[in-house]
Design a protein around this ligand. Structure first.
Ligand code: PAD
Ligand code: ZN
Length: 361
């Protein structure tokens, strides 16, 4: 059976998104059909719409989602109809060279549903990050579903499906933030704020929030930041050094992903410190650094795919911390909107007035 539902589609590069009827097939082998409850609006959705990720239009947008499994393919055992799940975009294969070496968080062969969702005229859709959750139903690989406690607020925990997990994981998993560390986070949107919350969770004692927007900086203080720097007014490298005894931070997280913010992160860390790039650059961006500085400053330069998370390990743990009141996921939900309000949500994201708009289906 094919399900006819409403979904938010980006048809052409830069064109406003449109609400379309889409066709979603029943799950085949290895697949799960999910009724979406909530889906957050992430900057990555905007990157897709602007053609900054690929040219595989039309895209079915949305990927930070909580849902309920409504049907599964014949061989699926990990989830069952009725399960409350958070969707993830890195279902591990278990067989690639990373998985075989016991590092499934780096899986080099993550997969999505095999069958395609389409427009009514048969045009195949490319689901954002292999999910496509601004839709009443979506089809994913069963491994993209992680079962969580249905009592937890869907809008809040669904954000673990992308931006919030990427940020927390950038601090905890990729950055390896330790008790007593100093941490600076450049860019305090959904991802950067989550990195701040992650650094606080790990016991960092100095957490410096850097942004060009004072509203974001004020909010960062409520997420665990101890200091703020408006980098449109002050040199962030000097400011971070001044706040860390003249040395720089142990871990600097770039949650913007531009050559200039990466360069700030590179020079704002202490000797032997760590830089984590979690913001996603666009294809035309390049970086030039003196190689002697790369050598002389030591430490490590890391990129963070999805916070190097393992959804089966990290989602239930973070949901539990949320339910215990130790991780304030509610603070990331700035507003709850309808499926027809994605363009307004993109505008608010650009203006910097929201951390996350969350669509309720
Ligand atoms: P957002 O738009 O909510 O936040 C971006 C923040 O950066 C805003 O607060 C801006 O004010 C701030 N900013 C912009 N330019 C600068 C600058 N030059 N200096 C300092 N601050 C600046 O986006 P988001 O938090 O949803 O996403 C941030 C990035 O992370 C984006 O590139 C997104 O695609 C990426 C991302 N990566 C992963 C991953 O797995 N690596 C996952 C999810 C999102
Ligand atoms: Zn995202």
């Amino acid at each position: 059976m094919v399900h006819k539902v409403q979904g938010v589609v980006a048809r052409f590069k830069g064109a406003p998104v449109t609400l379309e009827t889409i066709l979603v097939p029943d799950p085949g082998p290895g697949e799960a059909l999910v009724d979406i409850i909530t889906s957050g609006v992430c900057h990555t959705d905007l990157h897709y719409k602007l053609g900054q990720i690929s040219d595989d239009f039309p895209f079915l947008l949305g990927h930070e989602a909580t849902g309920v499994v409504s049907a599964v393919g014949p061989d699926v055992t990990e989830v069952a109809p009725g399960d409350r799940v958070i969707l993830n975009w890195r279902a591990v294969c278990g067989e690639c060279r990373a998985c075989r070496r016991g590092r499934p968080q780096y899986c080099f062969n993550t997969h999505n549903a095999t069958q395609k969702m389409t427009l009514e005229d048969g045009t195949e859709l490319t689901p954002a990050l292999g999910i496509g959750a601004f839709a009443e139903k979506t089809l994913v690989a069963a491994g993209q579903c992680t079962k969580v406690d249905p009592e937890a607020d869907a809008a809040a925990v669904g954000l673990l499906g992308c931006g919030v997990m990427a940020g927390i994981g950038a601090a905890l998993n990729t950055g390896g933030v330790q008790r007593g560390d100093s941490v600076a986070v450049i860019g305090c949107g959904g991802v950067g704020s989550a990195a701040i919350a992650g650094a606080a969770l790990a016991g960092a004692t100095t957490i410096i929030a850097v942004d060009i927007n004072d509203t974001k900086l004020d909010r960062a203080l409520t997420m665990g930041a101890t200091d703020t720097v408006n980098s449109s007014e002050n040199d962030p490298v000097e400011a971070i050094r001044a706040l860390t005894g003249g040395f720089g931070a142990d871990v600097v997280i770039d949650a913007v992903g531009r050559p200039e913010t990466y360069q700030q992160a590179f020079y704002a860390r202490d000797l032997a410190g760590t830089v984590v790039l979690v913001g996603v650059p666009s294809p035309e961006m390049t970086l030039e650094l003196p190689l002697l500085d790369v050598f002389g400053r030591g430490g490590s330069l890391k990129s963070s795919w999805y916070g190097d998370c393992l959804p089966s390990r990290d989602f239930p743990m973070l949901v539990s911390l949320y339910q215990q009141g130790r991780l304030d996921l509610d603070a990331f939900v700035s507003e709850r909107i309808g499926i027809g309000q994605i363009e307004e949500a993109f505008d608010k994201m650009r203006e910097g007035t929201v951390l996350r708009s969350v669509v309720e289906l």
